[in-house]
Design a protein around this ligand. Structure first.
Ligand SMILES: [Zn+2]
Length: 234
């Protein structure tokens, strides 16, 4: 165990001590703007910049490690289950799935982050800023024709809706949401249902048969498959 070169506060020390019962956690200095965690099996390395570090960012990374104890299906599952489908694999690529997985974590860790007394503004970089830009959405061009859709535009659509849904800060997205819903009502509904199901899902009660995290992802992909069945994605 290597401790970082700055003082962890009481809450972080307690969280770290709790996690160390299961994980081997190390801190490593790196020239980055933010803090990040890399985990494999039960080993985690938290990378941080000693010039920019604060306890809020460390708490954020420790909570990512805490969430890995629940082993729920996440972005990687979404990616793997889409791989063999011609249309789905064009949309749910590695980038989008990693982003969705990160947001799935953020929704689940935020309540604990706040209960530990950390700052909402520091939960992510530029934490209060709008997570979706209305001009980007206005310029979103989903279709080439009635049945031919652009995969990169669908990816942006889902990415933006995910950003909005996962935003911990109470920004007003009513215009963004109206625009997205009017643009493609079915895609909107299916993606919002996925997020609502995930938000309501209690990760502490996972049961592979009776209370399944995988079912939420499976349902979303089945819905997406149905939506795409009469479309061609390029
Ligand atoms: Zn994070």
């Amino acid at each position: 165990m290597k401790y970082p070169r700055f003082a962890l506060d009481h809450n972080n020390l307690e969280l770290l001590a709790q996690l160390q019962k299961t994980f081997d956690i190390e801190f490593e200095e790196k020239n980055i703007d933010y803090c990040e965690v890399f985990s494999k099996n039960n080993c985690s390395i938290i990378y941080y910049n000693p010039a920019r570090i604060d306890n809020d960012s460390i708490a954020h990374e420790l909570l990512h490690i805490w969430l890995s104890t629940f082993q729920y299906a996440s972005g990687n599952t979404l990616y793997l289950l889409s791989l063999n489908d011609e249309n789905l694999s064009k949309i749910f690529n590695k980038n989008l799935c990693a982003y969705i997985g990160n947001c799935m974590d953020h929704i689940k860790m935020y309540p604990r982050y706040i209960s530990l007394g950390y700052n909402p503004e520091k939960f992510v970089t530029l934490g209060t800023r709008e997570k979706s830009n209305i001009n980007d959405l206005t310029n979103l061009d989903l279709k080439v024709s009635a049945t031919i859709y652009r995969s990169n535009a669908i990816e942006l659509y889902i990415g933006n809706l995910t950003s909005i849904y996962a935003d911990h800060y109470p920004n007003n997205y009513s215009k963004h949401l109206k625009l997205l819903e009017d643009m493609e009502p079915d895609l909107f509904k299916k993606t919002m249902t996925f997020w609502t199901n995930w938000k309501e899902f209690d990760i502490e009660k996972i049961d592979p048969i009776f209370y399944s995290d995988r079912a939420i992802i499976n349902n979303y992909l089945m819905e997406m498959e149905a939506w795409l069945s009469n479309k061609h994605v390029i």
